[in-house]
Design a protein. Structure first.
Length: 290
């Protein structure tokens, strides 16, 4: 059972921010609640106030595709990300990830913003957003907004750059110019819908049959989801092929910092980082070429 708490229900972003400003660090926002509530039941997290923001879906639940950027509201639910054909056409990595996230009950209620703000090192959508070089829009009192990268957003395990009186309102993903582009996601899990033992996402941009750019993001191999700039630098200008995938996999394995736990040894996780990096790059390139 969780510790006692007071319950508030916000009907607008401004009201939610006002409640956060008044209540301070004793309050926590709850959307889907599938990560927060189990932690509260185990008393790993205790808050005096819970602010329910489910009524904000009409304001913050959207997927907007532009020529230069894709904007996704923080209250967009997993099911909406999974079922959006328009989003899958631009970034198929989202559909890949959503197919292996939990179960339909969780996907019907859980949100993109809630997943990112939980800041679990094994979280799937954090790895997706890291792979796609996403930025997070954070709003505070008076409507003031600031934009931070995924690297800046996650400052530690279960800790983000969102202040006590702020709320994540939107995720922005750049749409880069390229002749051919695509992405992919894969993870190893102990059972269907579980947290990742290791997961990897890859996004590629091809020009003239060569890598104009490539990005890889890993989850469950360190204190936060991890982007690997060294892979991007190593692949740019080269023609995709098994030698490049092997190089990227080797870089991923030596760049991550996994811990031995109940899900596997550190060496096993490095092996998975290598293998999944190669698989996702190969799939992304095949999709881009087709």
């Amino acid at each position: 059972m969780p510790a006692p708490f007071e319950y508030e229900r916000a009907t607008s972003v401004d009201q939610a921010i006002g409640l956060l400003e008044r209540l301070g660090s004793s309050a926590r926002l709850v959307a889907g609640g599938h990560s927060l509530l189990p932690m509260m039941k185990l008393r790993l997290a205790n808050f005096e106030y819970l602010i329910d923001i489910n009524d904000l879906h009409s304001e913050l639940g959207y997927i907007q595709l532009g020529a230069d950027v894709v904007r996704i509201g923080a209250m967009t639910r997993h099911r909406e990300l999974l079922e959006s054909d328009e989003l899958a056409a631009v970034f198929p990595i989202f559909r890949d990830a959503e197919r292996v996230i939990a179960d339909p009950i969780v996907r019907n209620r859980g949100t993109l913003g809630g997943s990112l703000c939980q800041a679990d090192p094994s979280e799937d959508l954090s790895a997706v957003c890291t792979t796609l070089d996403a930025s997070c829009v954070i709003r505070g009192p008076g409507g003031a907004e600031r934009i931070v990268s995924m690297e800046e957003f996650h400052v530690g395990p279960y800790e983000t750059a969102v202040a006590d009186n702020e709320i994540l309102v939107e995720i922005r993903i750049p749409v880069k110019d390229a002749q051919k582009t695509s992405s992919a996601y894969a993870k190893v899990e102990r059972r269907a819908g579980d947290w990742a033992v290791v997961s990897a996402g890859a996004a590629v941009w091809l020009e003239g049959g060569r890598f104009a750019d490539a990005r890889v993001g890993l989850a469950a191999v360190g204190p936060n989801t991890t982007g690997i700039p060294e892979i991007s630098a190593a692949l740019r200008g080269h023609e995709p092929g098994e030698d490049m995938y092997e190089l990227a996999g080797a870089i991923a394995a030596r760049s991550c910092d996994p811990a031995t736990d109940l899900r596997g040894s550190a060496d096993y996780k490095r092996h998975l980082a290598n293998e999944l990096t190669r698989r996702t790059l190969r799939t992304a390139v095949e999709r881009a070429r087709s």
